[in-house]
Design a protein around this ligand. Structure first.
Ligand code: BGC
Length: 797
C-alpha cells in the first residue's frame, strides 16, 4: 500500500519519472504545489554549499562554514557523543544555509592505506565505523536535516572508481563491508543513503537489488531514499527498478524520457516506479523547506570543532615524558604546517573554513617559551638547503624542537590513490638533520591517513593530529602544553612498511576487477591473526595518565570492569572489548572489536565501566543459509587498551550451532596471504571469478573508462588519450594533479551523458563510441544526427 497514494494517483508518468533524477547539480526535481525540490550539499566534515559555479570535486568556491576534523580524525576520539555534537552543528549550519540533505558521513572501510579518500572515512573496522557513523547521522538529523551516509558499498579505491568491480566473497561483504552500513542504518536511521560508483560482484551498487532491496530495505528496514553518487547512475531504468530513487546530478530531460520509454516498453513496471516515488515522497514531503534564516553560532561551532580535534589527537610516542612541554624550555617551532596548516583533504569534501587558525597565530596564547619559527621545508617534496639551514640554526639555540610535519595537501585527495605511504622526502631529510643536533624533537603530525613512521626512533615525541579542521592548531597546542591530556586511539593500523599490507602491490586494481583476496583479513584482523609486527596497532594511543584495569565480570549480557587512573593527572581512557572463538571451525580473526567505551577519571579515581553485548558480538555470516548465525563455543572476552594490549580476559560459554560450511582452505587457515593465488581466492569466493578481457586494441563500450582509449581501435582516440595522459603527468610533476582531468580519465563513457545537464544523450555517447571504435565518419554523422534529436527533445515540453 502506497503511503502517498492520493498524490501519486494524480501524477502523470512523466511527473513521476521526473522525480527520479535531479533538477540541477545539487537539487532534486520539484512539481509545483505538490513536491518541493530539496537541496543537497557535501559533506562529511562541514558544509560545502556552492553558490556560484557548481562542481562535485570541490574545485569552486563555497560559502564559509565551520571546518570540523575529518572522519578519520574524529574516529580517533572513539567518542559517539562528540561525533553526534559535530553532526548536530553541521545539521544546524545546513538548516541555516537552506541545505536539506548533507552528503555524509563517509564510512567506507579502509581496506588499504593508499586509498585516496581514507581521510574521509572512519576506520578499518566496521563496528567502530558503524557506531560513529550512526552518531553522526543522529546529530545531523537532530534538527530535521537529512543525512546521506556514503558510499554504499565496498568502495575502496579511487582509481577507476566509477568502473571498478569489487569482487568480494559473500561472508566478507556482510561481515566487513556492509556491517558498518548496517549499524549506521539501524542505529542512525538516515533518511537517505548514497550508493557507491563501483560495481559489487558484477552489479553496479546503484542498481543492485541485493544491496538496495534485500539487504538495505528488507533486512535492515531502511525507510529513506537512495541517491546515486554524482554521475554514478549507469542504467537509469535498472537503477530505479532495483531500488535507487534519485540519480544525481541532473540528467536533463533524458532521465525522464528514458523512464517513460521503459514504462511503455515494459522494462519498468509502473507499479515499481510508483513504489520508488512513494518511498521518495515519504521523505521529501516531510522536509521543512521554509526559507533559511542564515543564523549560525560560529563561536560555539568553532569550540565544538576544537574539542573534536583535541579529543582526537593521538599520542604515539612520549620518550622520557618529553611531553607535555615544560614552559621553561625554549621551543623552536619548525615546519611549514605551523604557518599554513594542513587541516583537511582535497575533493568534494573541501570546506571553505570560517575561522581557520594557524599555529603561529595562536601559539602566543599558550604557556610556552617560543625561541622562533623556521619553515624548514617546502610543500611538494622539493629540497631547499636554505630552509633546512635556518631550521638548524634555530634548533641549535633552543632546548627542544617542535616540528610540524606530515602529508602535503595533494597527497590526500578524492579521485586519486596515494602512490606511497611515505612522508615527503624533504621532511624525512629534515628530521634526520634535526636529529643530528641532539635536541629532543616532538613531531606534531598532520595526515589524514597512515604514514610510514620508520623515522620514529629519531624523535622523542609524536602527537598525531590527523586533519584537525579549522581549530586543529589550538587543539594540538592544548595537548602539547598539557592543558588537555591526549586520549585518542588509532582507528587504523600503522604497518611497519607498506610491504606488510596484504596484496599491497595489487592496489589499486588497475583493471576492471578488484579482487578482495584478503577476505575478512582487513586491517588488524590480518596483522593480529598473522602475528605480523606493526608500528602502531589498531586502538593504540598513549596518555599523560596511566590506567589500571581490574575486576572483570562477564555475564551473558555484557561485561563490567573497574578502570583506575593510577596517575596524578586527570585523563580519559578508551576501553576496547574484543571477542574471539579460539575453537572455531570457521576462518576467524584472532580477535574482533565488539564494543568500546571512554571513561574520564580524576587522579587516582576508579570507575566501573560496562559494555553490553549486542547482536553483533558473537555472530558470523553463514554463506550456505545466507543468514547470520552464532557458533556455539567457549569465547574469549578481552578488555584492552589496544588490539595488542589485552589487560583483562575471561571466558564465556555461548550457545549456538555448529557451522555447516567450514572453509579449510589451508592458506587462508594459516593466514598465509602472501601465498594466496587467484585460484585460492576463487575457492573462498565460491564462484568462478570474472576475468579481464585480453589487452591490446579492442572495442570499447559505455562502461569503458576514458583512459581505456589507450586500447581504442581509432588512432585519433589513442591520441586523445595520450594528450590527456601527458597533461595529467605535467600537472602531477608540478605537484598539483589536475583533479578534473583525473576524474575525466577515470570516468566511463556513459557518464558523459550523466553529467552534462542533458546536453549529451546516451545515443550521442553511443555514436562517440562508434567513432572511438574505428568508424570515425559513420560515428560522426550519427553524432550530429543525435545531437539535433537531443536538442529537440530537450526543448520539447
Ligand atoms: C563524491 C561524493 C560527493 C559527490 C557530490 C562525488 O564525486 O564521490 O562523495 O558527495 O561527488 O559532490
Amino acid at each position: 500500500m502506497l503511503k502517498n497514494k492520493t498524490i501519486i494517483d494524480k501524477l502523470t508518468v512523466e511527473q513521476k519519472a521526473s522525480l527520479m533524477s535531479g533538477k540541477s547539480t545539487w537539487e532534486s526535481q520539484d512539481i509545483p504545489e505538490v513536491v518541493p525540490a530539496i537541496f543537497m550539499s557535501d559533506g562529511p566534515h562541514g558544509l560545502r554549499k556552492q553558490m556560484g559555479e557548481a562542481d562535485h570535486l570541490g574545485l569552486n568556491e563555497s560559502l564559509p562554514a565551520t571546518c570540523f576534523p575529518t572522519a578519520a580524525t574524529l574516529a580517533n576520539s572513539w567518542d559517539e557523543g562528540l561525533v553526534y555534537q559535530v553532526g548536530k552543528c553541521i545539521g544546524e549550519e545546513a538548516k541555516a544555509l537552506g541545505v536539506h540533505v548533507v552528503l555524509g558521513p563517509g564510512l567506507n572501510i579502509k581496506r588499504n592505506p593508499k586509498c585516496g579518500r581514507n581521510f574521509e572515512y572512519y576506520s578499518e573496522d566496521p563496528y567502530l565505523a558503524g557506531k560513529l557513523a550512526a552518531s553522526s547521522i543522529r546529530g545531523i538529523q537532530a534538527n530535521g536535516t537529512i543525512a546521506s551516509p556514503k558510499h554504499f558499498a565496498a568502495n575502496s579505491q579511487e582509481y577507476r572508481r566509477m568502473a571498478s568491480d569489487s569482487i568480494v566473497d559473500e561472508r566478507t561483504l556482510r561481515e566487513i563491508y556492509t556491517t558498518n552500513f548496517e549499524i549506521a542504518v539501524k542505529e542512525g536511521q538516515p533518511k537517505s543513503i548514497m550508493s557507491s560508483y563501483n560495481l559489487v560482484n558484477g552489479a553496479y551498487a546503484n542498481e543492485d537489488s541485493y544491496l538496495l532491496r534485500d539487504i538495505l530495505k528488507d533486512e535492515w528496514g531502511f525507510k529513506g531514499f537512495v541517491v546515486s553518487d554524482w554521475g554514478g547512475d549507469n542504467d537509469h531504468t535498472a537503477g530505479v527498478k532495483n531500488g535507487s530513487h534519485l540519480a544525481m546530478p541532473t540528467l536533463g530531460k533524458n532521465g525522464t524520457l528514458e523512464l517513460i520509454e521503459s514504462v511503455k516498453n515494459g522494462k519498468l513496471d509502473e507499479a515499481v516506479l510508483d513504489q520508488r516515488v512513494d518511498e521518495f515522497l515519504t521523505v521529501v514531503n516531510s522536509v521543512d523547506v521554509s526559507p533559511a534564516d542564515g543564523t549560525i553560532d560560529w563561536t560555539q561551532h568553532h569550540e565544538v570543532a576544537k574539542k573534536a580535534a583535541m579529543e582526537s589527537v593521538v599520542l604515539l610516542k612520549n620518550e622520557d615524558n618529553v611531553l607535555p612541554l615544560d614552559k621553561t624550555k625554549k621551543v623552536a617551532v619548525i615546519g611549514d604546517f605551523a604557518q599554513t596548516p594542513r587541516y583537511q583533504g582535497a575533493g568534494s569534501s573541501v570546506v571553505n573554513a570560517k575561522n581557520l587558525e594557524t599555529t603561529l597565530d595562536v601559539i602566543g596564547n599558550y604557556p610556552l617559551t617560543v625561541s622562533g619559527f623556521a619553515k624548514g621545508y617546502e610543500r611538494g617534496g622539493r629540497s631547499n638547503d636554505q630552509l633546512v639551514n635556518e631550521a638548524l640554526a634555530l634548533a641549535k639555540k633552543s632546548d627542544v624542537i617542535l616540528l610540524y610535519a606530515g602529508l602535503d595537501e595533494i597527497l590526500e585527495s578524492e579521485g586519486m590513490d596515494r602512490t606511497t605511504i611515505d612522508m615527503p622526502k624533504n621532511q624525512l631529510a629534515l628530521i634526520q638533520e634535526l636529529a643530528e643536533t641532539g635536541k629532543p624533537i616532538i613531531v606534531a603530525l598532520s595526515a589524514g591517513s597512515v604514514v610510514e613512521c620508520s623515522w620514529e626512533n629519531k624523535v622523542q615525541g609524536i602527537l598525531h593530529g590527523y586533519l584537525g579542521g579549522e581549530a586543529g592548531a589550538s587543539a594540538m597546542l592544548e595537548v602539547i602544553c598539557g592543558q588537555h591530556n591526549p586520549s585518542g586511539k588509532l582507528n587504523e593500523t600503522y604497518p611497519l612498511t607498506y610491504q606488510d599490507v596484504p596484496f599491497g602491490k595489487e592496489f589499486p586494481a588497475k583493471g576492471r576487477y578488484a579482487y578482495y583476496k584478503e577476505g575478512i583479513y582487513v586491517g588488524y584482523r590480518y596483522y593480529d591473526t598473522a602475528k605480523k609486527a606493526v608500528r602502531y596497532p589498531f586502538g593504540y594511543g598513549l596518555s599523560y595518565s596511566s590506567f589500571q584495569y581490574s575486576d572483570l565480570q562477564i555475564t551473558k549480557t555484557g561485561i563490567k570492569a573497574v578502570i583506575t587512573n593510577t596517575s596524578e593527572t586527570a585523563g580519559a581512557e578508551i576501553v576496547q572489548l574484543y571477542v574471539s572463538n579460539p575453537s572455531s571451525t570457521l576462518l576467524r580473526p584472532e580477535k574482533e572489536l565488539k564494543g568500546f567505551t571512554k571513561v574520564f577519571l580524576q587522579p587516582k579515581e576508579s570507575q566501573t565501566i560496562e559494555i553490553a553485548f549486542d547482536d553483533k558480538t558473537f555472530r558470523y555470516y553463514d554463506v550456505k543459509s545466507r543468514s547470520w548465525k552464532t557458533e556455539a563455543g567457549e569465547y574469549k572476552i578481552m578488555l584492552a587498551s589496544s588490539v595488542q594490549d589485552i589487560r583483562l580476559e575471561g571466558q564465556l560459554q555461548v550457545e549456538g550451532t555448529k557451522p555447516e560450511s567450514t572453509l579449510l582452505q589451508p592458506k587462508y587457515q594459516r593466514v598465509a596471504l602472501e601465498e594466496v593465488t587467484l585460484e585460492d581466492f576463487a575457492e573462498l569466493y565460491g564462484k568462478q571469478l570474472p576475468h579481464e578481457e585480453a589487452t591490446g586494441q579492442r572495442l570499447l563500450d559505455r562502461t569503458s573508462i576514458i583512459a581505456e582509449m589507450s586500447q581504442a581501435k581509432n588512432p585519433l582516440a589513442r591520441l586523445v588519450h595520450r594528450i590527456i595522459r601527458s597533461l595529467l603527468k605535467r600537472s602531477e610533476k608540478k605537484g598539483k594533479p589536475d583533479l578534473n582531468l583525473l576524474f575525466i580519465s577515470n570516468m566511463p563513457f556513459r557518464a558523459i551523458a550523466k553529467m552534462t545537464n542533458g546536453m549529451v544523450s546516451l545515443a550521442m555517447v553511443d555514436e562517440m563510441l562508434v567513432m572511438v571504435n574505428g568508424h570515425f565518419f559513420k560515428g560522426f554523422a550519427g553524432l550530429i544526427k543525435q545531437f539535433f534529436q537531443n536538442r529537440k527533445l530537450q526543448k520539447s515540453n
